[in-house]
Ligand binder design. Structure first.
Ligand SMILES: Cc1cc2nc3c(=O)[nH]c(=O)nc-3n(C[C@H](O)[C@H](O)[C@H](O)COP(=O)(O)OP(=O)(O)OC[C@H]3O[C@@H](n4cnc5c(N)ncnc54)[C@H](O)[C@@H]3O)c2cc1C
Length: 411
């Protein structure tokens, strides 16, 4: 019986069904063929913390297959050559991917390009030359990018950034650093946010510009891969820019108005991470229910004990509420509304609900829930991390309160 009264439009339903087939043949089958590489961090990462070249080749194969099948560029505006679909479609696709793959079949995370590693609405204002030269490789999935906003001294308050782009002939020279930049050890391009008008930036009235910079540019340095949660490698890195030359065609959008471009990425991230939380949360609850029916203790299956099932019922309520909040926020965004309050409520609620569902699913599994075999701990770590990325729970509450105090009290 369907739990959600809202019906996806036919087009989105077809995408979700198509994704089921795609994930089976292009993602799950690949994981099964390459389990020794993909399931064991000793093989997956090299000594410097980067993905092994064989793993990078598999990621690239999935991106390219997804581009050929039409999924990869779903979040890319039609005027850039993408599918130009909306937030409901993106949510529906991401939710299905995470419900099916969670973090175990993690190649599935590369099926839809998004702001942190590929083309998206963030690139809408590329110059004609950049569209012609930099975009095609990314649209086909052969090349990838990363999103460089956070800095060692500028996280939640991104306006505190110090990276500067100073005029140099017809272009600029870039100096500074970025941190936590997802996919940056492997990316071909980085969209870098830098101060171009220090006075305006100090007054918090613009002064930040966006540049799409090739990572092979002289002076563009990947300082180190950052290891998180006990992992031996990772996807995030710290970057340094030593006087990197930026050409005029690499400016994205208007000079000094790059912050609004960053916000496009951050908002897409909020929808993505909410969909990830709902999909993965559902996967975890289903796994825990299944296990509770077969695991026996004290003369019967543990599903007979309310101490086991009530926490799952709690999470079911929360994930269901998060699911509805996501569909609602996506519809508001698709109708052209900023939905600042609703997007913040959605992301704060969904990511907390998701992490808690994973924690409870681990508990229901007992010791086996802690092993690397079920994928529960990997999924928990991912959802715990997204309680910080793209607006921490506190920053989102700050936005909700701010919106309400300025009069938006429709709940
Ligand atoms: C897995 C992962 C991937 C990421 N990928 C990227 C990426 O690709 N590109 C990129 O640019 N960045 C990326 N980030 C960085 C991310 O955007 C920042 O971590 C986030 O903005 C928070 O900044 P911070 O970590 O410096 O925390 P801080 O800003 O230092 O905050 C520390 C704590 O203080 C709280 N806090 C701060 N201000 C307030 C306030 N006013 N009221 C109440 N509490 C407050 C925060 O909520 C947090 O709990 C990533 C982060 C993670 C975890």
């Amino acid at each position: 019986m369907p739990a959600i009264a809202y019906q996806y439009p036919d087009e989105v339903r077809a995408i979700r069904e198509g994704l089921d087939r795609f994930l089976k043949t292009e993602v799950i089958a690949r994981h099964e063929r390459h389990a020794a590489l993909l399931d064991n961090e000793r093989n997956l990462f090299t000594d410097d913390g980067r993905y092994h070249p064989d793993a990078l080749a598999l990621i690239s194969e999935v991106r390219i297959a997804a581009a050929r099948a039409g999924y990869y560029t779903m979040c890319v505006p039609a005027d850039l050559g993408g599918q130009g679909l909306g937030n409901v479609a993106w949510f529906g696709a991401w939710e299905r991917i995470f419900h099916t793959c969670a973090d175990h079949y993690w190649l599935g995370h590369y099926v839809l390009s998004h702001w942190a590693f590929g083309p998206s609405a963030v690139l809408r204002q590329l110059t004609p030359q950049a569209r012609e030269t930099l975009l095609p490789g990314m649209m086909s999935g052969h090349e990838s990018m990363c999103f460089g906003m956070s800095e060692p001294g500028a996280g939640s308050d991104a306006m505190m950034m110090k990276t500067r782009a100073v005029p140099d002939g017809d272009g600029w020279r870039l100096s500074g650093s970025k941190i936590w930049t997802t996919n940056s050890p492997y990316a071909d391009y980085c969209i870098v946010f830098a101060i171009t008008d220090p006075e305006r930036a100090a007054q918090r009235r613009g002064g930040i510009s966006a540049f799409l910079v090739p990572t092979r540019s002289p002076g563009f340095v990947v300082e180190r891969v950052i290891r998180m949660w006990g992992s031996v490698g990772g996807n995030e890195a710290e970057l340094r820019f030593d006087n990197v030359r930026v050409e005029p065609h690499q400016l994205v959008g208007r000079l000094n108005e790059g912050f609004s471009i960053a916000m496009i990425g951050v908002n897409l991230g909020r929808l993505y991470n909410s969909a990830r939380s709902v999909g993965t949360g559902r996967w975890a609850i289903e796994k825990a229910l299944e296990y509770s029916k077969i695991r026996e203790a004290f003369g019967g299956p543990i599903a007979e004990y309310q101490g086991v099932t009530f926490p799952l019922a709690e999470s079911a309520m929360q994930i269901h509420a998060a699911h509805l909040m996501c569909l609602n926020a996506a519809q508001l965004l698709d109708s052209g509304l900023p939905a600042r309050k609703e997007v913040s409520m959605m992301k704060a609620f969904a990511t907390q609900a998701g992490a808690l569902a994973l924690d409870r699913a681990i508990q229901v599994h007992g010791a086996i829930g802690m092993t690397n075999e079920l994928g529960l701990t990997e999924a928990y770590k991912s959802l715990r991390k997204v309680n910080i990325a793209d607006g921490s729970n506190e920053i989102l509450r700050r936005t909700i309160a701010k919106e309400m105090l300025s009069g938006d009290i429709d709940l």
